[in-house]
Design a protein around this ligand. Structure first.
Ligand SMILES: [Zn+2]
Length: 196
């Protein structure tokens, strides 16, 4: 179940980043929105072994891959790559921890806020970024994913310069809808840190 949860949260992150990425188009938006709503609805049942839900997750995963292949990803994946390389934690779990914070950060861009709102609406939620971030946090809790990075505050602080440098150099970062500075990455990482 935890592998399904982690990888399923990665699917949601692929769709959420593609929906607001710089390379997004009506074609990638259609794939991202359908992938997101399908994964959002199917992941809880998939994580407890329901085969129909798992089949829908497979479709959502492929659609999300097609969406980000066209549109790009963003700062969530840039930070997840840096953290995964440093602390050897599962990629999808890192995205699950980061995504609600990243939605808050990117939603200051009006077009990104609109994109997140469309995803929320497609899931039957209020059509705004805050509702989307809150729903992802609830889903994460339901999937028993701990809300903080399992790394001590001191360890994270020590790793911060290297993590920031790696995230800034990551190939996913240029597609992010907002320009990201070193201070933004540090603030986002510190928000999820200190869970050990
Ligand atoms: Zn990913």
């Amino acid at each position: 179940p935890h592998v399904t949860a982690d990888t399923g949260m990665d699917v949601l992150t692929h769709a959420a980043e593609a929906a607001v990425a710089k390379g997004a188009s009506p074609f990638s938006d259609a794939l991202a929105e359908r992938a997101f709503s399908t994964a959002f609805q199917s992941l809880p049942d998939a994580s407890t072994g329901d085969r129909g839900a798992k089949a829908r997750m497979l479709q959502a995963s492929c659609m999300a891959g097609m969406a980000f292949n066209a549109a790009g990803l963003g700062v969530c994946h840039a930070m997840a790559h840096a953290l995964g390389g440093r602390f050897h934690l599962p990629h999808g779990r890192l995205n699950a921890l980061l995504l609600p914070q990243v939605i808050g950060f990117n939603a200051q861009d009006p077009r990104a806020a609109e994109g997140y709102g469309r995803l929320a609406k497609a899931c039957g939620l209020a059509g705004n970024p805050r509702a989307l971030a809150a729903a992802l946090t609830r889903l994460r809790t339901r999937l028993k994913i701990a809300p903080r990075l399992p790394v001590s505050a001191g360890e994270l602080r020590e790793a911060l310069p290297g993590l920031t440098q790696a995230a800034l150099a990551d190939g996913c970062l240029p597609a992010n809808p907002r320009t990201v500075q070193a201070g933004d990455i540090q603030a986002l990482l510190l928000e999820i840190g200190g869970g050990a």
